[in-house]
Design a protein around this ligand. Sequence first.
Ligand code: GTP
Length: 356
Amino acid sequence: MTTPSWQGLMKEKYRLSLRLFLLLNALSSIYCMLNPLANKAHIIVRTPVAMIFIGSTFLLITNVKNKNLRVHINIISLIFGIFWAWNAVLAQHALQTTDLSWFMVTLLAVLFIGAIAFINNLVSFLLHCLPTTLTILFLSNWEYWVPVLFAFALPTIGIAIHQIIKQRNDRFILSLLNTLEAEKETLIDLSMIDPLTGLYNRRGFENRTENALADPSSVHTLLLLDIDHFKAYNDHYGHMMGDQALTRVSAAIRDAVRSRDIVGRYGGEEFMVLLVNTTPQQASETAERIRQRVYDLSIPHMFNESVATNVTISIGTAQVKNNDMETALSQADQALYSAKNQGRNSILSFDTWSVA
Ligand SMILES: Nc1nc2c(ncn2[C@@H]2O[C@H](COP(=O)(O)OP(=O)(O)OP(=O)(O)O)[C@@H](O)[C@H]2O)c(=O)[nH]1
């Protein structure tokens, strides 16, 4: 699970608790309308519960039909809470009773709805239950204040404690999700890095170049670089020295280009560089700078046959046209092959070479 899906789950919970609240209100209002006690009274007594029934049914249907409709749960709970309190006032007036049992049924129904629907939302619970609780206290002249306040305090305390525990859990889960996401990002980054040289591997290179190629107005140049006679180097100096040479050459390439250019290890002793947004002139200057920097490392290579006595590289370059990296790669490869054939430690641009 990710943070956005967690937030989606929270929204869904919010929606479900609203629906539950509306459903319980609709059911309770039906009961109150059919209650024989209420029938004894004037029809006006049934006005608030009728409004609760119409309002909750309408909102419930609307909410089920349109998931994205935003309904403020606190406002709805307060309005319905006031309606229930109004119902208590009208009923008491009509029935002329201070009988606790009658009040308790209404109060417990309201508290039950609030506690079930708003187990995680103390504010909504209070907004829904306080109007009726206070009204009943006044209507009964505070005669039954102990059972009324007890009935109100018990779920209030329970919901408050439950909310504190839930908030702690939510914070813990969110921090856990953030840590997991950060670790996932690190792993993705690591999976794109070549462990020996620290450059992008082929996957990382492709991933990074996708972003650069997204801008169609820019002109990019692809460089393919290959260490000359590296097999002979490995054979004579050993694999460990070969690894060291690869690491130093990688660093030299990285240092010779701008930070926005993308450098990757193509595989073995081959590298690739995407020179982002460069003119052909700048590209050939950069390729020459790379070649020279590697030469200047002066890594001894007595078996770099008829090229030099130190490690050198050959470079093939090609412009990336129409964001077509595959074609550019094939062209740079052809240019590199020719640069090797022309004596190595050299640079060949596919674009000028193919025209000639
Ligand atoms: N030390 C080391 N050697 C590697 C690594 N990957 C590839 N190589 C060696 O690189 C050498 C590549 O040799 P070749 O493909 O024949 O090319 P080359 O000898 O450089 O000849 P040219 O490219 O024609 O100049 C092989 O000997 C590989 O074993 C690596 O990670 N470490």
